[in-house]
Write a protein that binds this ligand. Structure first.
Ligand SMILES: [Zn+2]
Length: 417
């Protein structure tokens, strides 16, 4: 497969970034959840300075790196936009001692990731591999994740930045960059300072399939129900005892049988019990609630209140429901700025790909950012098998993303609305 001028840069960058352990920790309440995310933040900070980016800043308190590529138009114009990528890797697989390597011109067969341990990746198990026959792949040694999620995106963004900064004749408007921690543990880019970031709209680059984008995510809530019982000696309990565990199981039995993650797909929402524990005096359960459609989502939340009211009708005050917002779908916000998706689709199309969109069955940092006032759809980074030991990144996918970003920059440069 023919290499673009970006080949060496995206390859070397991903390999370099992947070797830095930046795994986040869902059990930590620190900011960021792990100090080692600073190791990559400092590398990016130095690199941004070296390639001549402006307003380069590392927030030492919360580990966010900022930089600006100023407008190159003679009048300083062009519509500004931003790019947001995350530095951490998922806690789901080992993230230390990553040993990335390059397989050139994949032949479509089994790939021996680790001859000593006999770890093989086969297209029989991972049929998506067959989409990349003839391409150069960056792989793991089968014992760790790669961290292409999201470092394949960081490699593409940094390569874009270097290219634009070293070719000032290419016209573009202001492009704001941010590199954030803790996406994999629900950080939702909460510490991204929108004023400092300096762009009114942005894109995250975080997803698997090249050419895919997302402008719709779930609406998401967390629900907790606490049941209070009345414990007395079991021998004399008749007519007196209220077992909180019974209340909880009764409440849970009211949830619709098939509206669960394991029975739903596409735009179908669900309830998902994530924990339950209890004894006679006290029981509690936690759930997550998800739906793409706002009305359906509100009906779901109201349904949980109905179940709770039904328990309280029998045992006054015995059940208490608390619902906490997790994130909201970005769609309503993004739809108010149609040029975001128009420019993105045009840029994808100009590189010869067909833009494809799915209603994402999860949330992205962009869901929360959109809610906070930074409309932020998501473009795929082009990694495969993320969060696991069989993760890989086809180098042409990163090259393609640099190209998409260049065309996106050109579109925003010519758009002064
Ligand atoms: Zn990610």
């Amino acid at each position: 497969m023919e290499r673009t001028p970006f080949y060496g840069q995206v390859r070397d960058r991903l390999i370099r970034y992947a070797k830095i352990d930046t795994q986040s920790d869902p059990k930590s309440s620190a900011t960021p959840t792990t100090q080692k995310q600073f190791d990559l933040a400092r590398v990016l900070f130095d690199e941004l300075l070296a390639i001549g980016a402006k307003d380069v800043w590392l927030d030492e308190r919360c580990c966010v790196v900022y930089a600006m590529l100023p407008s190159t138009r003679a009048d300083g114009g062009g519509r500004p936009f931003g790019l947001v990528t995350h530095m951490d890797t998922a806690p789901d697989a080992p993230g230390a001692n990553v040993r990335p390597w390059v397989l050139e011109s994949y032949d479509g067969g089994d790939i021996v990731l680790n001859p000593e341990q006999g770890i093989v990746m086969s297209p029989k198990d991972f049929p998506n591999l067959l989409n990349y026959v003839g391409q150069d792949l960056i792989l793991t040694d089968g014992t760790t994740l790669l961290g292409g999620d999201d470092k394949a995106a960081i490699a593409a963004v940094m390569t874009l930045a270097e290219h634009l900064l070293s070719h000032p004749k290419i016209e573009h408007g202001p492009i704001a960059l941010a590199f954030t921690p803790d996406e994999e543990v629900g950080g939702l880019a909460k510490d991204l300072d929108l004023a400092r970031f300096g762009a009114p709209v942005a894109y995250t680059l975080d997803g698997d399939y090249l050419g895919f984008y997302e402008d719709e995510t779930f609406h998401a809530s967390h629900a907790k129900v606490v049941f209070s019982g009345r414990s007395v000696h079991t021998g004399t309990a008749k007519g007196i005892m209220i077992n909180a565990c019974d209340l909880m199981t009764e409440w849970l039995s009211m949830l619709p049988r098939f509206e669960k993650p394991q029975f739903t797909e596409g735009r179908e929402g669900f309830f998902h019990v994530i924990s339950m524990r209890g004894a006679c005096e006290h029981a509690e359960t936690e759930l997550i609630v998800r739906d793409h459609d706002r009305t359906q989502f509100e009906i779901r939340e109201a349904y949980l209140q109905k179940c709770t009211d039904a328990i309280n009708a029998q045992y006054p005050g015995a059940a208490a429901l608390t619902i906490t917002e997790t994130y909201r779908s970005m769609k309503e916000v993004v739809d108010r700025h149609p040029y975001l998706i128009e420019h993105l689709c045009a840029a994808i199309r100009e590189t010869g790909l067909t833009p494809q969109s799915i209603a994402f069955r999860g949330g992205t940092d962009g869901s929360a950012l959109s809610q906070r006032g930074l409309p932020c759809p998501n473009l795929s980074a082009g990694y495969e098998n993320a969060h696991g030991r069989f993760e890989y990144v086809p180098i042409p996918s990163m090259e393609k993303n640099v190209e998409i970003l260049l065309r996106l920059a050109a579109r925003f440069a010519a758009d002064d609305a």
